[in-house]
Design a protein around this ligand. Sequence first.
Ligand code: LFR
Length: 487
Amino acid sequence: MLRVAAVDLGASSGRVMLGLYDGARLTLEERHRFSTRPVQMGNHLCTDVAQLHAHVLRGLDACHQDSRLDAVGIDGWAVDFGLVNDRGELVAPPRHYRDPGHEAGVVRAGQLISSDELFLETGIQHLPFNTIYQLLALQSEAPDLMSRTAWLLLLPDLLNFFLTGIPRAEFTNATTTQLVSAETGDWSEKLLARLGLPRRMFPDIAAPGATLGPARRLTAVGAPQVVHVASHDTASAVVAVPARRQPCLYISSGTWSLVGTTVPSPITSLPAAKSNFSNEGGVGHYRLLKNVMGLWILQEVQREWAAADQALSLAQLLREAEESPPFAHLFDPDHPRFLHPPSMLAAIREACEEGGRAPRERGEVVRAILESLVLKYRWVVEELARITGYSFDAVHVVGGGSQNALLSQWTADCLNLPVFAGPAEASAWGNAVMQLVALGELGSLDEARELIRTSVDIRVYEPRASEMWEEPYKRFCDLVSDPHRAS
Ligand code: LFR
């Protein structure tokens, strides 16, 4: 029996899962779960990395209790990083991508390089919090910071560094910095020079499936091998998409909804640029996808209701949504106002008022969120088909959002495609199977996916009454306001 620990840092919660592989089947058992929510520290929204590290250690301890671990792999949300000095200490608290302070970096980048050139060089979509912008904002705010920095380490790489003492970048997550060349898959020296970012702080890039080194800082519990999984959580989730036919259409549904497909190499054509698609690195492929704001909007609304003592279970909220009138309030969920508003309810109200009337009842609000999300999925899928020339006959929904039956059914209805829902813990599954690849137990991504198919349960939602979505979709298309979309 092989024992691997999959550490997965999602945008709202993290977990450490113990993977048990008997040569034929893989099972995952949750051993520790914790919040990954950012904390406001002074003027900035930050990630509490010390807490994250402590939770990783606790989770690994819990995995170790019965017997030794063979390997450990860490994946997490993209883009965010820590800067460490040559003594291996953080030079500043890592900022969170939802911190509004990165905006200054977007302005600075615009002075140094055009957005078309940036896309051509990196193949990465414009998101105002990409590492490139975070770094440029820091550089102008605290110019001494970089001179004190030995390494820039994205969060999973940083936690790997705490375990092993080895500074190394992993490919899938590195691409999300928007500093990696779409052509070479390595840091773009040209771009770094142009932006005045020191090349020396970017570590060597390793491929997913490579071994990093023993977790020698875990002496109390032995020293399992730390391996490079696809350390971007979305890349791990895409590894776990249990499709028989490739390329397939997937939605990695959680705090974000990542809607995309896989392509053999980056597509940096004009239509891809205009629709602001991303070519993020994957395991033997690129992930051509787009960020949709996702269940974050609903999570924030639930948080607001809970704070006002009006907490209701998700099941109850979904029931109320189903009982509310259809297509009464639509909005583009990807408007920047939803990224980190002081009040999500107020942001929704404002957006709906621009197009008509604001929702008042709880059920109406939830319905507006879910309908707007699935309409945006359709918009992205149509763009995706146009850019790739692919046609899709099903959609795989993976991640926590795949457990939301109403959202899955409406996704099937709106896209007029069957939805295959699951696995819910897709990133952890993708993480665990890549560890088996690194350990030499599985030979390829296809084998890894086959193992997942035989190990998880998938629910199927057939499309119903799709014609009902036609008229609202036309209305919705008029609302879509992507800053990079051709008018
Ligand atoms: C999902 C995710 C997305 C990335 C966003 C910010 O958890 O990793 O792929 O765009 O978080 O890092």
